[in-house]
Every structure is written in C-alpha cells, then in structure tokens.
Design a protein around this ligand. Structure first.
Ligand code: SAM
Length: 448
C-alpha cells in the first residue's frame, strides 16, 4: 500500500478502469487509458489484484480528451468521458471479446461491430434526482461516489435537454414557493426526489415529486406555476415515500394534475407508462437492440417464443407480430401488469405474460410438454439461474437469444450452453449508455 509504480495500461476493464500488470498481478487504475504509461500509487492490495490511482501520466493516449461534463470527476455516473467516443466504442468491443476469452474459453469470437450513437449526448429520457440544500440554495442531484454528499448535476450532458430544463425550473419554483426540502439527517421537510421522464415520440414530460409525507404544502400554487412555466409537462404526480428504505419510490402515487400515464411509442409498440413503470432509458438504442433480437429470432409466424425475464414485455411485444405465440415470464407483479397493459394498448393478442421465476416456470412448462421454438433471455446482471440453463438444454429450442448487460455472466452462461448442444452464431454489442462503462450485448445461439 502506498508504493509508487510505473504501469503500462493494456486494456480497459469492465468498470471502465485502465488495467495493467505489476509482478503478474492485474492493477486497476481509474481514469487511465489503453497504451498510457502511468505513475501510480497503490491504494489497495488484494490476493489477486491491486488498485492504484494516477499520480502522473508519463505517456498520454491520443484517445484522451477533456471530459465535457463539469461534474464528471465527482459524479461517478459516467466512467469514460475522458475518452473520445470512437475509443469508447472500441474499448467496449474489447471488453466483450476479453470476457468471452476469459469466461467461455473462446479465442475466436464471431463479434459484430458495436452499434454506437451518431450523437451520443442527451440520450437519457429520465432523471431521478435527490433534492437537497447547499446553504440557502436548493440543489438536485446524485450523491457523490461513495458518500452522502449531494452533488448538483445541473446541465448533465447525457440527460435529455428537456429533462434538464424541467428539473431546473422545478427547482426554481420549489425555492420561490418556499416548499420545504426533505433533510435526511433530521428527517424533516417534504420533497425528497424529483423524477422527470420525457416521451421520445411526443416530447411530453411526466413529472413526479416524491415526498416524505402525504401533505405537499401549497400544492395548488405549485401545480399552477409548473403549468405556466413548463407547457411540455402533461402529468404532475406526487408519490409518497415515508420510510427510510433506499428505494426511490413509495407505494402510493396521486396525480395532482394532468394525464395518469405518459404515452410512448417504440417502433410499432405503444406503451402507457405510469409514474413508477420501468421503461428503457435510451429509446434510440433500444430500437437497435430489439431489432437485433428480432433478427436473431428469425421468425416466420409459426413459432412459440418464450421471453424469459420479460420486464414490462417490451421484447415479447416486439416479436409478437412475427410469431404464433409469445409467453413472457417476469417476477415483479407490477411489471407483469404493465406488460399486459402494453399488449392491450398495442393491439397484440398473441402474447401472454406470467408472473413467476423464469427458472421455475420454464422447467415446469417443458415438463408439461410445452416446447418453445425460440427462447429470449434478458436476465439481471447476475445472469441466468442454473435451473433455467438446465431447462434450456432439456427443451433445446432451435434458437436461443441472450440479451445481457454483463459480458462476464453472459460469457459464463454461454460456456454452459456451448457444452450442451448449441453453437454461437454471433455476438452483437450495443452501446446503450455512452460515456459509461456499461455495454449491452445480444448473442444468437443455434441448436447444433
Ligand atoms: C434486464 S431486465 C429485462 C427487462 C426487459 N427484457 C426489457 O427489455 O425491458 C431483467 C428483468 O428480470 C426480472 N427478473 C429478475 N429475476 C427474475 C427471475 N428469477 N425470473 C423472472 N424474472 C426475473 C426483473 O424484475 C427485470 O424486470
């Protein structure tokens, strides 16, 4: 600990850090880029790796740039703004390649070029920001990395500009009307979080104020001022979150003014979103991702498709017009309800959504003789549960489409499937969150 070392950075790690080697151990150095030579101080020593921080760059990468966002260093929401966008895309492809080498033992990967964005800024359609005070001023933002210090992220460059405008204006109106802000330390005050979501198709904004108790003082004037200042806001809702739980939303939501739901469209699919409903954060890239899933599924209208881990049913609904039947499985009851509502509002009649665990329901269906032709899985970061992989290798659908936000668990699960009757056709990375280290992938596995 504390030793100074000189390291050459070999690659970008899964969390966006530069990775080099010191006496055969991997060293993770935040903010360092591939090809750079870095003088660094060791900050953590673990049996299998070291962490270090940059003291000085001895050789600088041509891919290094000044991060455009003023709060980039302290915010922690993005990890790659110090890298040009084209270098980010290359690094993400390498992260995927490296994961398959390491966890699936694949030296030759059928890797397709990543889908990037032509304008990788202002893509996030929703902001969910804590409200707090800095002296007399009201601020909205995120807690700085690893702390409880609220950092104002006004002007965040990845947030949709309309969302930024709404948040700034709401902040000003809260200050003007002297509506008390919730203080975590003393548990006093009212407004704790402001959530704004813009519809890509309509430009309408759904605004939700999350409060620590039922009473929102001066709510009539608040609604009136928001309506005057922000004509694009079509819903003003209040969600009540009394507890100390780390969840953002509480159970109860009341619409103070306007529409109950925000209408949104992706391709031909229509979504009707309640304030708490999950929706993809980058609609433009979501369409590319789902189209890759559709290509992988290669449907002709005769297939039974299972959409495991279906969330609000988006992938299943994308595929339904091209399949005989779609069955979605999702563990969260509200999401299942949203999926059914989304099917109804899109006029889809051949998709059904089931509440349950994918690793229980799919094996149960298989044992009852229900044999899907195509299975799409889109599990959380931890990957698929083993019983689900076992059920897949029993049911042996002709095509398996795996959507994943974690290349490491994707590669590990892929290795299991490669040993059980499948071959890997292609891997398509998609940049859903430019300037962060996240990389989404779709892979197609075909029964041998
Ligand atoms: C990465 S999201 C996928 C959402 C959806 N495919 C989409 O594109 O919007 C993973 C989903 O799996 C659900 N989930 C987590 N564990 C599950 C399980 N064991 N069985 C079924 N669903 C599960 C989560 O609630 C979440 O909605």
């Amino acid at each position: 600990m504390g030793d100074r070392i000189i390291i050459t950075i070999k690659r970008i790690g899964i969390n966006g850090e530069g990775v080099g080697y010191y006496r055969r151990k991997a060293v993770f150095i935040g903010g360092a880029l591939t090809g750079e030579v870095v003088k660094a101080k060791i900050t953590k020593v673990e049996p299998s790796y070291l962490s270090a921080e940059i003291i000085e760059l001895e050789k600088r990468s041509r891919d290094r740039q000044k991060p455009p966002c003023p709060v980039y260093e302290s915010c922690g929401g993005c990890q790659l703004q110090h890298m040009t966008y084209s270098a980010q895309l290359k690094a993400k492809e390498e992260i995927v390649r490296e994961s398959f080498q390491r966890y699936a033992g694949l030296q030759e990967l059928p890797l397709r070029p990543i889908f990037g964005m032509s304008d990788p800024w202002g893509y996030r359609n929703k902001a969910q920001l804590q409200v707090g005070r800095k002296g007399e001023e009201i601020i909205t933002g995120l807690y700085a990395t690893g702390s409880h210090r609220l950092l104002d992220i006004s002007g965040c460059a990845v947030q949709h500009p309309v969302v930024n405008r709404v948040i700034d204006q709401v902040k000003a109106i809260l200050a003007e009307l002297r509506i008390p802000v919730y203080e975590e330390r003393t548990c006093e005050g009212v407004v704790r979080t402001v959530v704004a979501r813009v519809g890509q198709a309509s430009g309408n904004v759904q605004l939700t104020l999350i409060t620590a108790n039922d009473r929102l003082p001066d709510s009539r004037r608040l609604v009136q001022r928001i309506r005057e200042a922000l004509p694009m806001v079509t819903t003003i809702a209040q969600n009540i979150h009394k507890g100390k739980s780390p969840l953002i939303f509480g159970e109860k939501t009341v619409v103070l003014w306007g529409e109950d739901r925000l209408e949104e469209t992706l391709g031909d699919v229509r979504f009707s979103l309640s304030p708490r409903a999950f929706f993809q954060l980058n609609p433009e890239q979501t369409v590319k991702l789902y189209n890759a899933v559709r290509e992988a599924a290669s449907l002709n209208g005769s297939e039974l498709v299972v959409d495991a881990y279906c969330g609000t049913g988006t992938i299943g609904l994308w595929l339904a017009p091209h399949a005989r039947e779609v069955r979605g499985i999702e563990i969260i009851p509200e999401a299942v309800q949203d999926a059914r509502d989304n099917a109804r509002s899109s006029g889809v009649e051949n998709a059904r959504f089931f509440e349950g665990r994918a690793e229980q329901l799919l094996p149960e269906w298989v044992s009852r003789g229900i044999r899907p032709d195509v299975v799409v899985v889109d599990p959380p970061r931890t990957g698929c549960d083993r019983p689900l992989l076992n059920a897949l290798t029993q049911a042996l659908p002709a095509r398996l489409v795996y959507v994943s936000c974690n290349p490491a668990t994707l590669a590990k699960d892929c290795q299991v499937l490669l040993g059980s009757g499948y071959r890997l056709e292609w891997v398509q990375p998609v940049d859903m969150f430019p300037h962060t280290s996240h990389v989404e992938s779709v892979i197609l596995m075909v029964r041998k």
